[in-house]
Design a protein around this ligand. Structure first.
Ligand code: NDP
Length: 234
């Protein structure tokens, strides 16, 4: 049966790959996009996750089109890198607002109908950085680590209602977010990845699909690394 799915930040990168993967598996997928145009062949709803009103409107449109959202993937995220000594408070709070409070807004709105349906799948996209830390990314790493505590608390709140909450922690993935890295920095990173390469967005998307599938019915509160071994030992 086709499920109603909503993926935030689904217009490009990892979010788009997740949306296409779930659509190919037969789901009715809505993607949020903040700027530009919605991706071809997918139902797009404009939404900035820093606005609760935007999030509510996006869910309203997705539900009018596909029915109550059964699977939500909170993927929208951003970086504003700089060393702490140079980091203004607004640079810290801006990243927290998009990456962590944004996920709160999306997931809170999603659970409303999931609780009524007594089923649902919630997947949050964190990062290897959440656990390993990353110089120049105190704001980003704090936001991504926050998602883990958020997800695990929520997994405990919602388990009895048949709703699972899991986190995917990608390592380095070939998207616009990593395209800005200098070639020398990319080479240095590759040397530290046991599999010796960045992931494709599809490699993350397939793990998300698994976590939303019946095969993952007994997995909740998990943090699944998709990082080529970079974070081993967490
Ligand atoms: P991209 O920069 O390619 O895409 C980011 C997406 O998030 C875009 O769709 C963007 O929308 C959206 N977005 C950002 N801020 C907001 C906002 N305030 N409201 C709504 N949408 C927003 O990133 P990736 O695809 O690489 O990353 C996707 C997720 O995966 C992020 O959470 C990222 O932190 C995480 N991740 C990425 C890794 C990587 O190596 N690439 C590694 C680990 C985690 P718009 O197009 O309008 O800007």
């Amino acid at each position: 049966m086709s499920r109603s799915v909503l993926v935030t930040g689904g217009n490009r990168g990892i979010g788009l790959a997740i949306a296409r993967e779930l659509a190919a598996a037969g789901d009715a997928v809505a993607v949020t996009y903040r700027s530009g145009e919605p991706p071809e062949g997918l139902f797009g709803v404009r939404c900035d996750v820093t606005s609760a009103a935007d999030v509510d409107a996006a869910f309203g449109k997705a539900e009018a089109e596909h029915g109550p959202v059964e699977v939500v993937v909170s993927n929208a995220g951003m970086t504003r890198d700089t060393l702490l000594a140079m980091m203004k408070e607004e640079t810290f709070t801006e990243v927290l607002d998009a990456n962590l409070t944004g996920a709160y807004r999306v997931v809170k709105r999603a659970t409303r109908n999931m609780l009524r349906m007594r089923r649902g799948r919630i997947v949050l996209i964190s990062s290897v950085t959440a656990l390993s830390g990353s110089a120049g990314q105190t704001n980003y790493a704090a936001s991504k680590a926050g998602l883990i505590g958020f997800a695990r608390s929520l997994a405990r709140e919602l388990g009895s209602r048949g709703i699972t909450v899991n986190v995917v922690a990608p390592g380095f993935v070939d998207t616009d977010m990593t395209a800005v890295l200098e070639d020398s920095r990319k080479e240095e990173i590759r040397r530290n990845i046991p599999l010796g390469r960045f992931a494709s967005p599809q490699e993350v998307a397939r793990v998300v699909r698994f976590l939303t599938s019946d095969d993952a019915a007994y997995i909740t509160g998990a943090v699944i690394p998709v990082d080529g071994g970079l974070g081993m030992g967490h």
